[in-house]
Design a binder for this molecule. Structure first.
Ligand code: TRP
Length: 449
């Protein structure tokens, strides 16, 4: 996905191929690890409702805007704004996104990516027997308290990402994911069946599906906003890069609707697998980043052939994570190639090392230190990326598309007027007015260290 000229830029073979690739970037740890833990932290169903509203009225329009910029520019995010004749100021979006995504987001993403490898391996040994004794929480805490192990698995995850990006076998991985993602979906459905039939599951179902809007705070809104951007891979220009690979004759709006719907579906299903079990087993919904890793083994322990399911599940989660980390790594790589004029191999290796080093303080901080202003380093970087940089990046993208580049964007979304886009008026309202005001409002009321 490096920056090439419009003429020799590859395009996705088919619309389905493109949607699966964009969904491959979008569907990842954000859906199965981060979404449920934020729902738990923010009191349940009210968060889910807000998340859905934000995704429809802010996330989806921003995704269409990023696709439109990308397809019009046929460039990576840093170069895109120049290519469509925008003032150099707007390249800031690309720069910020490159730093925030290629480096910071990936630096904590690979730590959690490492957990999936650890859990895949442990599924075959002590994980389920411990979980059956109610000790999955102890297991998780012991693991993240063991810095050597956490760093080791982080390095393994990042090394694999680097090798994939280096070997140019990303396409092969994406093809494999066409098979693997439906498998992940199938296991989620089986898990949901097991989870909702556990005695006492109703409390969890109510927690997840019956909103109590009095629980909403500014912080809840900001968490939902940041999570929507994170899960849809927005705000960093990644979807600008993806958009540049969409063929001229494809329909941008429906590609965006498909990508966002698949992503949201997987997140909702993950919650449905997790919360009934959390309550049925007396676990704590607001426990934070460990939620999925503590709850799911306990559900597997209660299933026939649980070991097999657990191994498969964490393997599939690993694949979902690696298709997302590939997309983040591409950003750092494209940046290195453009900026330093290095060869691709050198760039990928250097970036891989830099990103691992950036991630080490996050990995160590799970055991208590280092901290930044009272927050564990891991939480600080995560907060900075998701609750600050992604909203700011998306806000700027809305201003640019809504106020500077609207006629071109409309023409891009309708393929120069050849296609009908019945929601055009609504989309224009969203990117010009609703999204920027909502983002600014939520940002100001919800920002709390
Ligand atoms: N969306 C991915 C997930 O849910 C993570 C991700 C990939 C991402 N690319 C991104 C997040 C770009 C923000 C920006 O796991």
């Amino acid at each position: 996905m490096s920056d090439r000229n419009a003429s020799d830029r590859e395009h996705w073979g088919s619309r389905m191929g493109f949607i699966l690739a964009a969904a491959g970037s979008a569907i990842g740890l954000g859906n199965i690890w981060r979404f449920p833990y934020l729902v738990g932290k923010n009191g349940g169903a009210a968060f889910v409702v807000i998340y859905l509203i934000i995704t429809v009225f802010i996330g989806l329009p921003v995704m269409m805007a990023e696709f439109a910029i990308g397809r019009a520019a046929q460039r990576s995010p840093v170069a895109a704004f120049g290519a469509i004749g925008a003032h150099p100021f707007w390249s800031l979006i690309g720069w910020m996104g490159t730093l925030a995504g290629g480096f910071f987001t990936l630096s904590f993403y690979n730590v959690v990516g490492g957990w999936t490898i650890k859990y895949m391996i442990e599924s075959l040994s002590v994980l389920l027997p411990l979980a059956a004794d109610g000790k999955s929480g102890d297991f998780f805490n012991a693991f993240i308290g063991n810095s050597y192990q956490v760093v080791f698995f982080q390095v393994v995850f990042m090394a694999l990402t680097t090798l994939i990006v280096l070997g140019g076998i990303g396409k092969g991985i994406e093809r494999a994911c066409k098979v693997l993602m439906p498998a992940l979906f199938a296991i989620l459905i089986i898990l949901i069946f097991r989870s909702v039939t556990l005695p006492g599951a109703e409390v969890g179902i109510n927690f997840y599906l019956k909103p109590d809007l009095s629980k909403l705070t500014g912080e809840t809104l900001l968490d939902a906003l940041g999570q929507s951007f994170f899960s849809l891979s927005l705000g960093l220009g990644i979807m600008i890069t993806y958009g540049s690979y969409i063929g001229r004759e494809e329909r941008l709006p429906s590609s965006a609707v498909w990508t966002a719907s698949l992503d949201t579906l997987i997140a909702l299903l993950a919650g449905l697998a997790i919360f009934p079990a959390v309550f049925a087993m007396g676990l704590e919904p607001g426990q934070g980043a460990g939620l999925s890793f503590v709850t799911l083994p306990a559900v597997f322990a209660k299933m026939p052939a649980g070991m097999v399911f657990s191994f498969l599940f964490f393997m599939l989660l690993f694949f979902a994570a690696i298709t997302s980390s590939m997309s983040l790594m591409e950003v750092a790589t494209a940046f290195g190639i453009e900026k330093f004029k290095w060869g691709r191999a050198k760039t990928v290796c250097v970036m891989g090392v830099v990103i691992v080093l950036l991630g080490v303080p996050s990995a160590l901080s799970l055991a208590g230190a280092p901290q930044i202003a009272g927050k564990a380093f891991f939480d600080a970087v995560e907060y900075l990326c998701n609750n600050v940089l992604l909203p700011v990046g998306s806000f700027l993208a809305c201003l640019f598309v809504g106020w500077m580049w609207l006629p071109q964007a409309c023409s891009e979304l309708t393929n120069e007027g050849k296609l009908a886009f019945p929601w055009m008026k609504a989309w224009i309202w969203c990117v010009r007015v609703v999204a920027p005001i909502a983002i600014a409002y939520i940002f100001v009321t919800g920002l709390k260290w």
